[in-house]
Design a protein around this ligand. Structure first.
Ligand SMILES: [Mg+2]
Length: 487
């Protein structure tokens, strides 16, 4: 019998020692891959544990083994490049040496799997909380720790070094990467802008009562643009070519990708919005993920929600300091406009020149505002929000709809837990789910180890067959549009 040499020919799986072992014939040899064994569907929420970086076959493990050190090296190179510029203050340049040495210390710690140690004081109030949580976890190391904590700890460690300096405290160590990727998404930005401006020109978004179905289709399209904008997370883009990026972002790709939404509650969100459209105040909160192209799609989405009369105002939540490489900080808002204004970055001006004043007006009138809460840059999952950030929790309860963008928010919403995939979204939300009073919509492309809300086990089996080894939870080609009303 001729055995195909193509990749990933799934031959059989067995379960041993609590792990699924998957045997694959790849190139000329048999390869045994293990992937994480999922807990049984009868487990209670308390029993569902969070994923650790030592979990073989997990995205957690892959991240700790290969991506973290690269990300730190990127920060070392970035500081070096900034310090080498001619116009840099000599004291700032001198300080860059100590910063690079400290960053190399983090990198070495990761590579040599050193224990995670309490963060040294940098004059900020949150350090004690971090160290308390580290103490609660107990002995752990970079490659043997809860992934959510370890990864947040890494970004806080980088910021601690900058906070402890004199000249680099407000420096965005990831700005260079964020900017360069946004410029590469030129074709997608131009395409989406022209599409949006044509919609605005051709329809009375808020008034046309007779076209309910058309309005719903437009809602689906705009929601999916915001969803797939999340596919471009800089921390995952290391191997993507410009062509890949453009394919990923084009509108055609967005349409094609609809079949890859494994939990799709778009109809439920739409029904909620229709049912409640008479409410006087309809503030929609968007807890942002990445700057650049994704943030551009978020702004387009915010404009649509306002233009269509779905929201009366939109509040954008940014991070307080550079976080997970590409997350939006408040400075990224103006930076986006600066890029859009530049005909060097975006030479095709016709529609962009129409869009910019429209967006600016929303900010000037207060229809779109930005805010930041220190809770977003803690290592806590959102299950801890009612206790650790009660004021923020209350604000979200009062919101008409809270949209959480992206993978990290989803991990935090679900406690980064290895839930059975058929667990309902409501259950995995814990205190933010049933009777929380928070109306939550997640728009997230799957790039980690957690995914809930898949309607049936047969659907899970089908996904495992189509994208084996947990690929559908990890590779960013699948997504969720998950909604819970908090009733
Ligand atoms: Mg991010």
């Amino acid at each position: 019998m001729v055995v195909s040499r193509s990749r990933a020919l799934l031959l059989f799986m067995v379960t041993r020692w609590g792990r699924s072992l998957q045997f694959v014939f790849e190139e000329d040899s048999w390869i045994c891959q293990s992937h994480i064994a999922m807990p049984s569907a009868t487990m209670t929420a308390q029993e569902v544990r969070a994923v650790w970086t030592s979990e073989k076959g997990s995205m957690a493990n892959q991240t700790a083994e290969t991506r973290w050190a690269k990300i730190i090296q990127g920060t070392i190179d970035d500081v070096g490049e900034t310090a080498a510029a001619e116009d840099v203050d000599s004291q700032k340049r001198a300080e860059s040496i100590a910063i690079q040495i400290a960053l190399k210390g983090i990198k070495k710690g990761i590579e040599q799997n050193k224990p995670l140690t309490p963060l040294q004081d940098d004059g900020k109030l949150d350090i004690q909380e971090w160290n308390k949580q580290l103490a609660a976890i107990g002995n752990c190391s970079w490659k043997h720790c809860p992934w959510l904590f370890g990864e947040c700890y890494m970004y806080r460690s980088i910021q601690r070094i900058l906070n402890s300096s004199k000249h680099w405290q407000n420096y965005d160590i990831f700005k260079r990467q964020k900017d360069s990727t946004f410029v590469k998404s030129r074709a997608a930005v131009e395409e989406l802008t022209s599409r949006y401006m044509q919609i605005v020109a051709n329809t009375q978004l808020a008034q046309d009562e007779s076209k309910e179905e058309a309005k719903k289709l437009l809602f689906i399209e705009m929601t999916e643009i915001a969803l797939w904008g999340n596919a471009t997370d800089l921390s995952l883009l290391a191997n993507l070519t410009l062509e890949d990026l453009q394919n990923l972002q084009g509108r055609e790709a967005i349409q094609k990708s609809q079949q890859n939404i494994v939990d799709n509650d778009t109809d439920d969100v739409w029904a909620y919005l229709q049912r409640t459209s008479g409410q006087a105040s309809r503030q929609i909160d968007i807890v942002l993920d990445n700057a650049g192209f994704e943030f551009f799609t978020d702004l387009l989405y915010a404009a649509y929600l306002l233009d269509a009369g779905i929201a009366t105002s939109v509040r954008l939540h940014t991070k307080e300091f550079p976080w997970f490489v590409s997350d939006v900080i408040s400075e990224d808002v103006e930076s986006l406009f600066e890029h859009l204004d530049s005909s060097e970055c975006f030479p095709s001006r016709e529609y962009i020149d129409q869009l910019i004043p429209r967006l600016r007006k929303f900010f000037q009138s207060g229809a779109i505002t930005t805010t930041s809460d220190s809770f977003w840059t803690t290592p806590y999952s959102f299950h801890e929000m009612p206790v650790k950030a009660p004021a923020l929790f209350k604000e979200l309860q009062n919101s008409y709809l809270v949209i959480f963008k992206g993978d990290l928010n989803y991990r935090k919403l679900t406690r980064d837990g290895l839930w059975p995939h058929t667990t309902t979204y409501e259950e995995a939300l814990g205190p933010l789910g049933k009777q929380s009073g928070v109306k939550i919509l997640s728009l997230r492309t799957n790039k980690s180890d957690v995914c809930v809300g898949v309607p049936t086990q047969s659907k899970v089996d089908e996904l495992n067959e189509k994208a084996p080894g947990g690929a559908w939870i990890q590779n960013g080609k699948y997504a969720v549009v998950s909604f819970n009303e908090g009733l």
